[in-house]
Design a protein around this ligand. Structure first.
Ligand code: ADP
Ligand code: MG
Length: 138
């Protein structure tokens, strides 16, 4: 099990001014931030990132949303990082997210759900390298 995962503070959460509060919770939960930057993706870049969802009915909506404003991309380190970060994020649908999770507190809908997290070690490595060069990781 890898100790690295990839996260995004999505455009809804950045636009609402929740970035600092989310970073605070990430650090309080024991993650080390190994990479972090503010970016504004193009539609093409977000389509590339979410290519696995290309056939899903919400792909257009999702990639519009992810390229609609600035977001914060993160490389996060913790033991068993993929699961630890998904646990902190909570369920995809905020209506089903547990108390104390980021999506419970900050997400407004299943689409605009505040944060992204990798779903496997393999995808974490792919997603980190999609946004970060080696020099940008500490
Ligand atoms: P997760 O982000 O929890 O890993 P998925 O990989 O299933 O969830 O979906 C990727 C993203 O696509 C979600 O975080 C959400 O922004 C969006 N999404 C998922 N399901 C829906 C849906 N039914 N309608 C609109 N957007 C959705
Ligand atoms: Mg996913």
């Amino acid at each position: 099990m890898s100790n690295l995962t990839f996260g995004i503070i999505k455009p809804d959460a950045v636009a609402k001014g929740h970035t600092g509060k989310i970073i605070d919770k990430i650090l309080a939960s024991g993650f080390q931030i190994r990479g972090m930057k503010l970016i504004h993706q193009s539609k093409k870049q977000s389509e590339g990132f979410y290519a696995v969802h290309a056939e899903r009915p919400f792909f257009g909506e999702l990639t519009e949303f992810m390229s609609s404003g600035a977001c914060v991309v993160l490389a996060l380190e913790k033991e068993n990082a993929v699961k630890a970060w998904r646990d902190l994020m909570g369920a995809t649908n905020p209506a089903e997210a547990d108390e104390g999770t980021l999506r419970k507190e900050f997400a407004s809908s299943i689409g605009e759900n505040a944060v992204h997290g990798s779903d496997s070690d393999e995808n974490a490595a792919i997603e980190i390298s999609y946004f970060f060069s080696k020099l940008e990781l500490v």
